[in-house]
Design a protein around this ligand. Structure first.
Ligand SMILES: NC(=O)c1ccc[n+]([C@@H]2O[C@H](COP(=O)([O-])OP(=O)(O)OC[C@H]3O[C@@H](n4cnc5c(N)ncnc54)[C@H](OP(=O)(O)O)[C@@H]3O)[C@@H](O)[C@H]2O)c1
Length: 309
């Protein structure tokens, strides 16, 4: 697969690429066979582990235990948010892990009702996490009807400059929202975290983000457990061929596409399983077959960014 890296996709608006995982215009290594997570260098020079652990809908009472398990298994990247209500559990797991802070990558997010109040909101998150800084702070949703996301972005720039967060980014931003913040600040987000899985692949937007050197993070990478993705023959057959689970196939598909991914599980066995994805490689044919599962907008399982205000 390494030989395919760097090939051009030549995507035009609205089209689906013939090859899906090759358009990585910067140094990017997949260490096949190595049980290590690759790091991706963001546009601000900071590195992010490509595979992490997400804690949306993880019960606050169980968060400490599950994040501790994830850290024990080897995850070093945790994705939480103020709205998840479990930052304290994430913080306790980190504090008790004994892992040096600089080896961890912690993301949290600014909730929609704090877009004019980001400094105080981040301070509250840091207090709950028990940290002096986060590695990545995201605007959770643009909420375009409220008209505050440009102001929020300006505040995030200040928070980054003050050292409260190493990197800043956005989530659920469409290209028009990205253009708007860049017009006003000339600062590009390091990442855009969007719903992304085999049923919703959004190649046109992804191409635009990549052209701007904005890294894509996939939320709902497994379809949030709400779809029949695991039963699709393209995924089930690949799982059988590699003697892995359908979830592992999908995570591998994200990784081979150069996408940053942090599947969530509240099940210890699955937490370990989802990290055990470096001992096999999907072939070009398998990647292409999974890409053909794209349903466009019909594949969206969550809220469209225009409708979240
Ligand atoms: N920015 C945003 O707006 C946004 C929105 C949603 C999510 N996120 C982030 O993205 C992360 C991941 O997305 P997500 O949590 O929504 O969904 P997801 O990771 O796509 O799916 C989680 C679901 O898949 C199941 N699952 C996990 N591993 C499995 C395996 N190996 N086999 C079978 N089932 C498995 C989980 O079940 P169990 O838990 O029962 O094991 C859970 O029901 C979140 O945790 C959060 O950090 C961000």
């Amino acid at each position: 697969m390494a030989s395919a890296l760097g090939e051009s996709l030549n995507i035009t608006a609205g089209s689906r690429p013939e090859k899906v995982y090759c358009r990585l215009g910067d140094p990017f290594l997949v260490k096949l066979g190595a049980m290590t997570v690759d790091k991706i260098t963001l546009n601000d020079g900071n590195d992010i582990p490509q595979l992490g652990f997400g804690v949306f809908q993880v019960d606050p009472e169980k968060t400490e235990e599950l994040v501790a398990e994830a850290l024990r298994v080897g995850y070093r990247h945790i994705d939480t948010a103020a709205i998840y209500g479990n930052e304290e559990g994430v913080g306790r797991a980190i504090a008790n892990s004994g892992i040096p802070r600089e080896e961890l990558f912690v993301t949290t997010k600014l909730w929609n009702d704090r877009q004019t109040d980001a400094a105080a909101a981040l301070d509250e998150s840091l207090e709950k996490l028990g940290l002096d800084y986060v590695d990545l702070y995201l605007i959770h949703w643009p909420c375009p009807d409220n008209g505050n996301y440009v102001e929020a972005w300006k505040q995030l720039i200040e928070l980054r400059d003050a050292g409260k967060t190493k990197s800043i980014g956005v989530s659920n931003f469409e290209l028009e929202h990205l253009e708007e913040i860049e017009t006003h600040t000339e600062v590009r987000p390091a990442v855009n975290q969007v719903e992304l899985h085999p049923y919703l692949q959004r190649w046109r937007e992804l191409d635009g983000f990549r052209d701007q050197n904005i890294r894509i993070e996939a939320w709902g990478p497994l379809g949030q457990g709400k779809t029949d993705l695991f039963d699709q023959p393209e995924i089930a057959d690949a799982a059988k061929a590699h003697n892995v689970s359908p979830a592992q196939v999908i995570i591998r598909w994200h990784l081979q596409n150069g996408i940053i991914v942090f599947p969530k599980s509240a099940t210890p066995e699955r937490i370990a399983e989802n990290f055990d994805v470096f001992g096999f490689e999907l072939s070009d044919d398998e990647m292409t077959a999974i890409t053909a599962l794209d349903r466009g907008e019909e594949g969206r399982g969550g809220t469209h960014p225009a409708d979240m205000n």
